[in-house]
Design a binder for this molecule. Structure first.
Ligand code: GLA
Length: 723
């Protein structure tokens, strides 16, 4: 519900309230965000004479009103607020003050979607606040989406040059959240290639803590979802805020604790290198930011994010549909395969109950290693005589559907595309471009480059019965200079690249709505709400080691649902870590995602093949509770020892409790797992055998079988008796 009265704007969701107001000077002040509460929070706005915090001219000689100390809804540069700004600009006369004042509001019939970019959708109320700088004519429209049932608030900005001369935007963040207090912890999700999104939690300290990327993609190093929570908040109790950015390129999420112990969160495009010129009348849309708040701790926050992502971000027929169990060829074959070998692997997979065979890298161009071929999206007939059609058909005859890997944004210098169009790669004038994985990045800000790649890709996609595509991106952007932009506009190139990626993704989902799209960026380098608008699942990490995956999937789960996380069983010793983990454990860990295999099933023993078959059958049995159930992190996976998690249907009629023990210790203590949020009075049957009430299970725990060995996995299936 949106209330607008007396320049006070109150956005209520079912359990949260967000409020801001235009004050006597037309500055927009943030007054409250937290548990649902009625009333006018302007009483919290106070002023005092603070040294070195300047006062607007209208205040005359009074010294207690300063933008530097007020909670701002849309802070901008150059007008006396020295904290992190959302907006900065350079005007034709060289000045840089952005003095935005309230100029009106309107309730919109539909939620704003940033132009050419992803956003949450469906069932939101929408508000637009207009701000204007009277001197320069710069305007900002602040868009709010209120998803009442989801406890989700979205924000985005459209900046317009309403003046008569060009303006260069140098910062254009999506949202600011000012808290009147600083006693919160900040959680960022950080890591590296093959070890993404490990949570790091620390109290907000004076100064700025940021998660950001200058890599052209969200990055393996820092995710663009961050959380804030009370110092004492845990998985089940306390205040927890989630701050997501619906974007997949350079970003910056900054948390600043001010001199007066207030906290400011600004999230949006990275200002680093960003400069966007607006001619008179032109507009610029920022990506969308999204907030959730829960007073049920971090678990509550995650469940809000999961539901909103599944039901209001992912689109198309696959968003909520049952996904296929797949076999991916990458770790089984790398670049070295023949059509017959793929068919033989598919036969073994079919025998175990797999639904989909995904032909990963290596099927196109002159691709016998990662040094050649990218850019040439034509079938390598030496490996696959007759093309993909006959192969997909042979695979189909075995009862499997067929999927394909692509990496549209990239080019190898050793490719026909590059030889014909060397100028299509990003490159600084006069310099050799930096290579990453022996490849260059195509300038996707240019329509003709995207068109040429798309023409090749759609021909391939039409050449066979293809039901799934994995869209990869295997290097960071460097040399970000576009031949299509003049020297004064190169600060636009990185964002235009991301817009180009979104353009091609949109063409993809429009022309091939039935294909299941899985995102990928060397595993989880572009795992964000932006990509999930196009691809409902993303390959979580190139690390398939089940033990490392416990941590990676744990960290990823703070924002992203199980149905978004690609997870496969791979061979042992593991390719990334050299570790050998029991097949059963690998299965249990991969089942906490979109389940599949990444190994050569022909190399499995008879027993292992039987176990694979049993795993797939079990996954199908548990599919609903795993993929559409609510998620609980029962332990801290990064703490070592027992790691446990739980999937529970919303009506609490069924739950699956999963646990993996740590490395073996002699004469070890007994361990239990403690389920959560069951119906305390109801009786549950555990694995069709013993019975206990929800309360007995939650408070007494379920004993983990006492056995020797490293990394043993268990699953307990709880079914309420009335079901
Ligand atoms: C990336 C992906 C892998 C695989 C390879 C192929 O690293 O994350 O899953 O597709 O590329 O080159």
């Amino acid at each position: 519900m949106i209330e607008c009265k007396d320049n006070l704007f109150t956005l209520h969701t079912k359990r949260t309230t967000y409020q801001f107001a235009a004050d006597r000077y037309g500055f927009l002040l943030h007054t409250y965000y937290g548990p649902r509460a009625e009333g006018d929070f302007r009483r919290l706005i106070r002023g005092a004479d603070r040294g070195f915090s300047p006062n607007p001219a209208e205040e005359g000689d009074a010294r207690t009103y300063s933008l530097d100390t007020l909670p701002m809804e849309c802070p901008a540069s150059g007008v006396g607020d020295f904290r992190e700004p959302m907006l900065s600009a350079r005007f034709a006369d060289g000045s840089s003050a952005v003095d935005l004042r309230f100029a009106g509001w309107e309730l919109l019939p539909a939620k704003h979607m940033p132009e050419g970019m992803p956003g949450f959708h469906g069932g939101a109320e929408a508000l637009c606040i207009r701000l204007r700088d009277a001197v320069t004519g710069l305007e900002a429209e602040l868009f709010y989406g209120v998803f009442e049932d989801r406890d989700l608030i979205t924000r985005a900005v459209r900046v317009k040059n309403g003046g008569g001369k060009p303006v260069v935007l140098t910062r254009a963040a999506s949202a600011c959240l000012d808290f009147a207090r600083a006693d919160l912890d900040v959680i960022t999700f950080d890591g590296r290639h093959t070890m993404e999104r490990i949570p790091n939690r620390a109290p907000a300290m004076p100064g700025v803590r940021e998660a950001s990327s200058r890599r052209g993609a969200t990055s393996h190093q820092h995710n663009n979802f961050i959380a804030l929570c009370g110092h004492g908040a845990d998985e089940t109790h306390g205040s927890a805020y989630g701050v997501a950015l619906v974007y997949s390129g350079n970003f910056r999420a900054a948390v600043e604790r001010s001199q007066f112990d207030t906290l400011r969160v600004v999230t949006g495009l990275s200002p680093d290198g960003f400069a966007w010129t607006l001619a008179p009348g032109e507009t610029f849309d920022t990506p969308e930011a999204a907030f959730v708040y829960s007073d049920e701790g971090l678990g509550g926050m995650s469940r809000l994010m999961h539901r909103a992502i599944r039901e209001n971000l992912c689109r198309g027929k696959w968003a909520l549909a049952e996904r296929p169990v797949l076999l991916n060829t990458w770790e089984a074959f790398y670049f070295d395969f023949t059509a017959d070998e793929i068919v033989e692997a598919a036969r073994a997979a079919a025998d175990a109950g797999v639904d989909l065979l995904v032909l990963d890298d290596g099927w196109f161009g002159d691709r016998s290693s990662d040094r050649a071929g990218l850019g040439d999206w034509v079938v390598n007939e030496k490996k696959l005589p007759g093309g993909l059609g006959p192969l997909a058909k042979r695979v189909g005859e075995l009862g499997l559907s067929f999927g394909l890997w692509i990496e549209p944004e990239m080019v190898n210098e050793d490719s026909a595309l590059y030889r014909a169009h060397p100028d299509w790669a990003l490159r600084m004038p006069g310099r050799a471009a930096t290579r990453g994985r022996s490849q260059l990045v195509l300038d996707f800000s240019r329509a003709e480059v995207r068109d040429a790649v798309w023409a090749q890709l759609r021909a391939v996609l039409r050449s066979a019965d293809i039901r799934y595509v994995k869209w990869d991106m295997n290097r960071s952007l460097t040399d970000v200079w576009s031949a299509a932009l003049g020297p004064g506009r190169q600060g636009e190139a990185a964002h235009r690249f991301t817009l180009g990626v979104y353009d091609l993704l949109e063409r993809f989902v429009t022309e091939f709505p039935d294909i299941l799209l899985e995102g990928c960026c060397g595993g989880g380098g572009r795992f964000d709400c932006g990509m999930l608008y196009y691809s409902p699942q993303i390959w979580t990490s190139d690390n398939t080691d089940a033990v490392d995956r416990l941590m990676i999937q744990y960290g990823t789960s703070f924002a992203y649902p199980v149905s978004a996380m690609g997870a496969h069983v791979s061979a042992v010793p593991n390719e990334q870590t050299g570790r050998s983990v029991p097949l059963h454990t690998r299965g249990v860990v991969a089942m906490a995602g979109t389940f599949g295999y990444e190994l050569d099933p022909r190399k499995l023993t008879e027993d292992e093949r039987a176990e694979m078959r049993a795993q797939i059958a079990l996954f199908r049995k548990y599919y609903r509770v795993i993929q559409s159930g609510e998620y609980d992190r029962l332990t801290d996976a990064c703490a070592g020892g027992l790691t446990a998690w739980q999937h529970t249907l919303a009506d609490k009629s069924e739950a699956l409790v999963c646990a993996v023990t740590g490395p073996a210790r002699a004469n070890a203590p007994f361990e239990c797992v403690y389920p959560r949020r069951l119906d305390p009075e109801a009786v549950y049957t555990v694995d069709g055998g013993w019975r206990a009430t929800g309360a007995a299970l939650m408070y007494g725990g379920i004993p983990i079988p006492f056995e020797k060995g490293d990394w043993r996995a268990v699953q307990f299936h709880l079914v309420r008796e009335d079901v």
